[in-house]
Write a protein that binds this ligand. Structure first.
Ligand code: DGJ
Length: 736
């Protein structure tokens, strides 16, 4: 007969404590807890605000408080970090694999853990039956509190292993996280922020563009229904990867959702020979209890401290650009370009970027990609005369390239048709009349390196705008296998090789506007081109979206022509200047034909940008929206804040309520000056009232708490208007 041994409560606790252990990461304001038991799969216990002591969780394992689902599988594991195929969880395994159709059932169990390095947990899992091991590394970045996760899989078997999918991990989240925020978009309309409740069935997105993509930037925020910009909890994840990806938000049997993210693998593309390993890109997750704003601030800090690698180790002041694209397109005429450069320098521009159209036979987008040497008819003596002229005017010189691409109508393709990604026997699929080179092939990478190396060695070029104007399709390599993944790794390697050979050169990541904007590419580059849409009203939305993930100093923002070439709409030059002020400022228009008045206006914005860029680019960046539809962007450093308030369309109310600025909370006193007043400010709303006079003259004084809780009084702003304020922090505080 079964007779349970009686044990005391204390003994029971001891047994519990021996059989499982809670490993914790504590950051500035975040705690992550993982429950580990040797011989079992680690499970999530907690991911949220700082929780230094959790005696309950240490005593009771997940399995002590839950029952297996009735009419299901008699196994129970909570939310595993790396769910296998064998455990009967209803949500997807993190790894789907097989060896010739066998070995597809796997269940990795913990064989080792190591939390001896402060801030890092290393978990070693394995499944001896199918011969695989998995190493999961989790750490909380000390500067930003962002959770970093990376996973490595090794094939210990004697036969090759085919992966069908592999996520970095599955992330267990509290049941309060029931909404999702993410981006949609398309060319010229990137970074459109969406938010909605997650359906009970979950949510999934796959991006197969072969690049980060216009429509599905790999960033997803799990939110509670109460979460807003400055309040509530947010878990914002970003896959630092410039290729195909997949994210799933899956219901668990515990009434919550979990998030699973990683690369999307094409059939057969991840293939591990015996002894080989594969590593995932890094998954970053920023937890905030201060709403979406807190998550963005942490992600920006992470990017600034741990991702970007500036020449010389430090970001120089971001120079004002003149980009030639919307000024001359493919019409490169040395006399015109020389004039353009002269005009640019007279306005205070600091870097002249020669866009598409400079190389052998490039007169439109039909031909020449791949032939990376100056077109002799346009540049009979090479690029040197133009570069010398530009540099003589005190500006740096930058050059556009699109190295991964080839036009069928090019010398390169005629000589090496096999160098393009392709599937033998199938018709080529072009995009913008071009094909994609197989950069994984050493001879292709060598060719590209040698061409770029010559350009950079022979010319004083300090900047490359690196473009990529199409999605990948039928990306078959020389071996016929899918090449999406290795294409991205080969691109990263090529960029690194160029940077190692030319360490002072900065690189911009552009992909038909914003189709390659992620923290993966930003390990190798320094600026993002967010969109080909320079219409300032469109930019208000595009930049607001992009700023959720990227700080303004790396986000190129150009004053374009009016009407805008993408939308046909026009906004005032002042409004266009105000929008570009909050980015890496540039001009992309034929400034040779500006009136004297417009030149003065533009020069004014350039000089304002130069005077404020220290705060704009080193301060903490915040953004918000008022209940009346205003958008505001603000950068704050120790001494100063720069605030831009923008109205796109007509207001509904006659008078504007005070603008709440939650990041300014505190007893500090701020003197608020209005630097620029752009557009029509409604007369009866008293722009001439004494307070607004004070803004424009000596400044008006407010406390931080006052600006956060009572708000900044504003005049009523009409459509397409902007107010730029500078807030100087005064000595002492409101209570002195
Ligand atoms: C697409 C980019 O986004 C534009 O800025 C420009 O560089 C063109 N390509 C040139 O072809």
């Amino acid at each position: 007969m079964y007779s349970p041994t009686k044990i005391s409560f204390k003994q029971q606790l001891e047994i519990q404590m021996i059989s499982h252990k809670i490993l914790a990461l504590h950051g500035r304001a975040t705690t992550v807890m993982i429950e580990v038991t040797l011989g079992k799969m680690p499970v999530w216990r907690y991911f949220g605000a700082t929780l230094k002591s959790a005696p309950g969780a240490r005593q009771w394992a997940v399995t002590d408080v839950r029952a297996p689902l009735p009419a299901s599988i008699d196994r129970l594991e909570g939310v595993p970090l790396f769910p296998g195929e064998a455990n009967g969880q209803k949500f997807s395994p993190a790894l789907s694999m097989h060896r010739g159709g066998l070995d597809w059932v796997h269940e990795c169990i913990l064989t080792q853990w190591d939390d001896s390095t402060e801030g890092t947990i290393r978990l070693v899992l394995s499944d001896a039956l199918v011969g695989i091991s998995v190493i999961l590394v989790l750490s909380l970045a000390p500067e930003s509190d962002v959770l970093r996760m990376r996973t490595q899989l090794k094939n210990h078997g004697n036969a090759p292993l085919e992966l069908q999918s592999m996520a970095v991990a599955t992330i267990g989240l509290p049941s309060a996280a029931r909404e999702i925020g993410y981006f949609t978009g398309q060319w010229a309309q990137e970074f459109q922020w969406r938010r909605h409740a997650i359906a009970p069935t979950g949510w999934e997105r796959v991006s197969r563009a072969g690049r980060t993509s216009h429509d599905a930037v790999p960033a997803w925020c799990m939110l509670t229904p109460e979460t807003a910009q400055f309040v509530g909890q947010a878990w914002c994840a970003h896959l630092a990867w410039s290729g195909n990806h997949r994210v799933s938000v899956l219901p668990t049997d515990g009434g919550s959702f979990c998030l699973q993210a990683g690369e999307y693998l094409a059939p057969g593309e991840a293939f591990l020979a015996p002894g080989d390993s594969i590593e995932t890109p890094e998954l970053l997750i920023s937890y905030s209890s201060n709403g979406l704003d807190g998550a963005s601030v942490a992600l920006h800090e992470h990017l600034q401290s741990a991702v970007l690698k500036w020449p010389g180790g430090r970001m120089r002041p971001r120079p004002v650009h003149l980009n030639t694209w919307e000024a001359v397109y493919f019409r490169h005429d040395l006399v015109e370009l020389t004039d353009l450069a002269g005009k640019a320098s007279s306005l205070g521009i600091e870097r002249f970027v020669l866009d598409d159209g400079w190389f052998q036979g490039r007169n439109d987008d039909l031909a020449a990609l791949g032939d990376w040497w100056p077109d002799p008819t346009k540049y009979p003596a090479g690029l040197a005369p133009l570069i010398d002229h530009v540099r003589g005017l005190g500006m740096e010189f930058g050059l556009w390239v699109e190295p991964e691409m080839v036009n069928p109508d090019s010398q390169l393709f005629r000589n090496h048709p096999d160098w393009a990604l392709q599937i033998s026997g199938r018709e080529f699929v072009t995009g913008r009349n071009q094909l994609v080179l197989d950069v994984f092939r050493p001879e292709v990478a060598d060719y590209l390196f040698s061409k770029l190396d010559v350009l950079l060695r022979d010319n004083a070029i300090s900047y490359l705008k690196w473009d990529m104007n199409r999605d990948l399709a039928q990306a078959g390599g020389a071996d016929g296998r899918a090449s999406y993944r290795r294409q991205v790794h080969s691109l990263y390697a090529l960029l690194d090789k160029i940077r190692a050979a030319h360490p002072t050169v900065e690189i911009e990541s552009c992909a038909a506007g914003g189709a390659r904007t992620d923290y993966g590419i930003l390990r190798h580059t320094h600026r993002l081109w967010l969109s080909d849409n320079n219409d300032a009203l469109s930019r208000l939305t595009i930049q607001s979206g992009a700023f959720r993930l990227f700080p303004p100093e790396i986000a190129g923002s150009h004053v374009g022509p009016a009407p805008a070439h993408t939308t046909g709409r026009s906004q005032s030059l002042e409004f266009r200047g105000a929008i570009s002020l909050f980015g890496h400022f540039g001009i992309e228009a034929d400034i040779r034909y500006l009136s004297d008045g417009d030149c003065q206006i533009l020069a004014g914005w350039i000089s304002l940008y130069k005077s404020l860029r220290d705060t704009l680019h080193h301060g903490r960046f915040h953004q918000g929206n008022s209940a009346t539809g205003l958008t505001w962007w603000m950068a704050i450093d120790d001494h100063r804040a720069v605030l831009g308030v923008f109205r796109g369309t007509q207001p509904d109310s006659a008078n504007e309520p005070e603008l709440l600025l939650p990041p300014l909370t505190g007893d500090a006193l701020w003197r608020v000056r209005m630097e620029r007043c752009v557009g029509k400010i409604r007369a009866h709303a008293s722009i001439d009232a004494p307070l607004f006079d004070a803004y424009r003259e000596g400044g008006a004084i407010f406390s931080g708490h006052e600006l956060a809780q009572l708000g900044l009084p504003l005049p009523t702003m009409n459509a397409e208007s902007a107010l730029i304020f500078v807030l100087d922090r005064l000595p002492g505080n409101a209570l002195d």
